[in-house]
Design a binder for this molecule. Structure first.
Ligand SMILES: O=C(O)c1ccccc1NCC(=O)[C@H](O)[C@H](O)COP(=O)(O)O
Length: 220
């Protein structure tokens, strides 16, 4: 099965095109004011129209209230990504609004996996991301790697996307050690916080796809 790859925090139509041409499956737009990747809904709407169904799109929010959700859903993304303390009921509520949901979890220790099984089979995609540093301004997109061996404690039947500090240098090791269903990257394809780089996006995608393809063939 191909690896699902999401590139998060794109801000321009040019880089959206680079990510699509490089083979990204999902493109994420961040709506969180304290993030260097924050976009207002007007810009997110324009970028979703620019994608025009070529790949899936996600609007990333943190503990969104009803007004914010309605506005986000009205832009017709494929997914709302939740990066806060949202409940299973909140996930189901958003699905009833007619959009799929990605639920992200911050992992720093085995105990952080405890809420994940309740969301399996409920959220459309699950992202396991690194716990943010204590002084972080935002709960994701911090370029932090967590100890992937923690994931051995997770029910192997739960499909998830691995996130947190993935880079061109470590993506093949991540795929090899974790064998995730998908990957989600942001800082690792940036030259500066919030500034994505076309060559880094292409190289990340190439390494992830090549490695996954070669090892999948070996297993088959
Ligand atoms: O990216 C942000 O700025 C952000 C802000 C608030 C909540 C979540 C955020 N990002 C979540 C993502 O989906 C990132 O891709 C994920 O955390 C991985 O980020 P990184 O470690 O920088 O690759």
């Amino acid at each position: 099965m191909p690896l699902l790859i999401k590139i998060c925090g794109l801000k321009t139509p040019e880089l959206v095109d680079v990510a699509i041409e490089a083979g990204a499956d999902v493109i994420g737009f961040v709506h969180f004011a304290r993030s260097p990747r924050h976009l207002d809904f007007s810009d997110i709407g324009k970028l979703i129209r620019h994608v025009d169904g070529r790949v899936k799109t996600a609007i990333l929010t943190v503990n969104p209230d009803e007004d914010l959700l309605e506005h986000a859903v009205s832009l017709s993304p494929d997914y709302i990504q939740l990066h806060g303390q949202e409940t299973v009921e909140r996930v189901e509520h958003i699905q009833q609004m007619g959009v799929d949901v990605i639920k992200a979890f911050s992992i720093g220790a085995e105990e952080d996996l405890a809420p994940v099984p309740a969301f399996a089979g409920k959220a459309d995609l699950i992202i396991l991301d690194a716990k943010p540093p204590k002084d972080a301004a935002h709960p994701g997109g911090n370029g932090e790697v967590f100890d992937w061996s923690i994931l051995k404690a997770l029910d192997p039947g739960i499909k998830f996307m691995l996130s947190g500090g993935l880079t061109i240098e470590n993506v093949q090791q991540a795929v090899n050690e974790v064998r995730p269903f998908g990957l989600d990257v942001s800082s690792g394809v940036e030259v500066r916080k919030g500034e994505k780089d076309a060559d880094m996006i292409k190289e990340f995608m190439r390494r992830a796809r090549d490695y996954h393809r070669s090892t999948t063939r070996e297993i088959e």
